[in-house]
Design a binder for this molecule. Structure first.
Ligand code: PNS
Length: 164
């Protein structure tokens, strides 16, 4: 059985992420979407909220599971008996950082491959940070996040805005 790991912060999951998840699920028998810690980011949504949103957003895809792991990505990949990491690339600007991570992961785990999937054209400008900025400023985010999590996102960002 072929399986792939799609890691990220997913703070929150966007339509761009969902596009990558759907396309990966069409290629591999099983896709594990893994929420991992990005030490250079301070998340807005809790791990539980992010798991809940990913579960809602992917409820229509039978071969997808959602997990959280507080450790190295390659250790998680091994724990799932997988050897493929999927990363989305939006633009050339993503490349340098992703290239560095792929090289680093390859040096510590030569048996694990990172495969890059180009983002869908209409999502090339989209990021979780942009969604958060729009939501906090009271702009609609319905074009950018899955319908199933719209209330979770707008409610949290509205509260966030009030507290600041
Ligand atoms: O969505 P993001 O924030 O770009 O995802 C980055 C993430 C979480 C995949 C990356 O920070 C990661 O792999 N974190 C786990 C810890 C790890 O393995 N670090 C070394 C990889 S360079």
């Amino acid at each position: 059985m072929s399986s792939a790991i799609y890691p990220g912060s997913f703070d929150p999951v966007t339509n761009g992420h969902l596009d990558i998840i759907e396309r990966t699920a069409a290629i591999f028998d099983k896709v594990t979407v893994a929420i991992l810690i990005n030490s250079s980011k301070t998340p807005t949504f809790t791990v539980e909220e992010r798991i809940d949103m990913l579960k809602k957003a992917t409820a229509h895809i039978p071969n997808v599971e959602i997990e959280f792991f507080d450790g190295l990505l390659v250790d998680f990949v091994r724990s799932k008996n997988a050897n493929v990491i999927i990363k989305g690339l939006r633009a050339v600007s993503d490349f340098e950082y992703e290239f560095q991570m792929a090289m680093l992961n390859k040096s510590v785990a030569p048996d694990i491959e990172t495969l890059f999937m180009m983002t869908g054209n209409k999502y090339s400008y989209l990021s979780s940070s942009i969604v958060k900025e729009l939501g906090r400023l009271g702009a609609p985010v319905d074009e950018f996040v899955p319908q199933a999590i719209m209330d979770n996102v707008t409610e949290k960002l509205r509260k966030d805005r009030k507290e600041k």
